[in-house]
Design a protein around this ligand. Structure first.
Ligand SMILES: Nc1nc2c(c(=O)[nH]1)N[C@H]1C(S)=C(S)[C@@H](COP(=O)(O)O)O[C@H]1N2
Ligand SMILES: [Mo]
Length: 383
């Protein structure tokens, strides 16, 4: 089976060296860092930058190599920007980031952050939108207050059912809808849902949502609202483009290219089971003898149960070795070793989670190109 990383797809974007990145986005690169490909550019206005795939063989993605995506670009940096908790609460209030940190216990979770559109470029037929291949993905430790502690302090009124989330970023023109998302109250009360101020032990950078962002482990990136300014308790889901039209997925599988009626769509929540090969790189070369294949595997639904690798085009599959903690919404690293003679070598990977969800051979096409998660394969030349 041919790997999906075809050259024409990779050709659609450039790799920015550390030096060029520093010029384009000075806040992303610290002075004195070695130059090298740090993030891959999929858009500059607003910035859409991808994590290089070789980083998916390590448990933590460093902050300066962690993908960046937003609809309108960041607002001004305001370290004291207040967060309002309002709507169906007994005690509407606003908190500065300092007050939030002082008042609630700090909790740290390690979680995958993945854009729903990651892999969009691999759906056939092609779907419009940012043509992410694999890199709208990373894993970090996030530190913040539990959203449920914050909500308990404000006192949620019984008929509240959703939390509507808004950030300080503004659309470029009044005619463009604002980025406003809702999550059900049950998900807001999940102990892993955080209002975070730190990522991998460092204060959040502006690109990743400073001073405060939401962290919703297991759920697609669109729920992880950055530059958070408002938490509004409501009876119903928010209206507006980003809830009513965007981030919708067919309730039943559809034919590739089919039009789907709005009533047959539901809002995205968890991302499905997926594994990727971080190394070796597709199209590379390696000396004959022992080969090591490695990557990550995760599911938003449940911890990973197993990862299997085929090095004979899918005829046989071997269990890979897993490392890292098994948790829903958190990736584990898998490795597999085999010996290859000179010629063409290939590897293909598939994962299954503990709810029995199996990564499919082909990803389910859908009108917005979300959640590509087909078996991933690479091929390289053994010398
Ligand atoms: N305020 C705000 N938050 C946002 C967005 C946005 O446009 N505005 N984009 C979301 C999307 S679609 C994704 S995938 C993640 C990306 O987070 P990152 O840039 O920290 O990787 O942020 C989310 N949070
Ligand atoms: Mo996203």
């Amino acid at each position: 089976m041919r790997g999906p990383d075809t050259r024409s797809r990779l050709g659609r974007r450039a790799i920015l060296s550390g030096g060029a990145l520093a010029l384009a986005f000075p806040h992303l690169v610290r002075a004195g860092e070695p130059a090298g490909p740090r993030l891959e550019v999929f858009g500059t206005d607003p910035q859409n930058l991808a994590t290089p795939k070789d980083l998916f063989a390590q448990l933590i993605t460093p902050n300066d190599r962690f993908f960046i995506r937003s609809h309108f670009g960041p607002p001004a940096l305001d370290a004291g920007r207040r967060l309002a908790i309002e709507g169906l609460v007994r005690r509407p209030l606003t908190l500065s980031p300092a007050e939030l940190r002082a008042r609630f216990p700090a909790v740290t979770v390690t979680a995958v952050l993945q854009c729903a559109g990651n892999g969009r470029a691999l759906h056939v037929p092609r779907v419009p939108g940012v043509q992410w291949v694999h890199g709208a993905l990373g894993q970090a430790t996030f530190t913040g207050a539990r959203l449920r502690d914050v909500l308990a302090w404000a006192g949620v009124v019984p008929d509240a059912a959703f939390v509507t989330l808004a950030g300080a970023d503004a659309p470029p023109r009044p005619s463009v809808p604002a980025f406003v998302r809702s999550i059900p109250l049950a998900r807001a009360l999940d102990p892993t849902t955080l209002v975070a101020w730190a990522m991998n032990g460092a204060p959040l950078t502006l690109a990743h949502g400073a001073p405060l962002r939401l962290v919703v482990p297991g759920w697609a990136g669109d729920h992880w609202v950055k530059w958070l300014t408002h938490l509004r308790l409501e009876r119903q889901e928010a209206e507006g483009f980003y809830m009513r039209t965007a981030y919708k997925y067919p309730v039943r599988p559809v034919e590739p290219g089919a039009a789907v009626r709005p009533e047959d769509m539901r809002s995205l929540t968890t991302f499905p089971v997926k594994s990727l090969i971080a190394r070796p790189a597709d199209g590379g070369r390696a000396p004959a003898g022992p080969q090591e294949v490695a990557g990550c595997a995760f599911s938003g639904e449940a911890p990973i149960r197993s990862v299997e690798v085929s090095t004979d085009g899918g005829r046989s599959w071997q269990g890979a070795r897993l490392s890292g903690k098994a948790e829903a919404g958190r990736w584990q690293i898998w490795t597999h070793r085999f010996v290859a003679a000179p010629g063409r070598a290939s590897a293909m990977v598939r994962a299954t989670d503990r709810k029995g969800n199996a990564q499919p051979q082909r990803a389910a096409w859908n009108p917005s190109g979300y959640f590509w998660n087909a078996w991933h394969s690479v091929a390289w030349e053994v010398l």
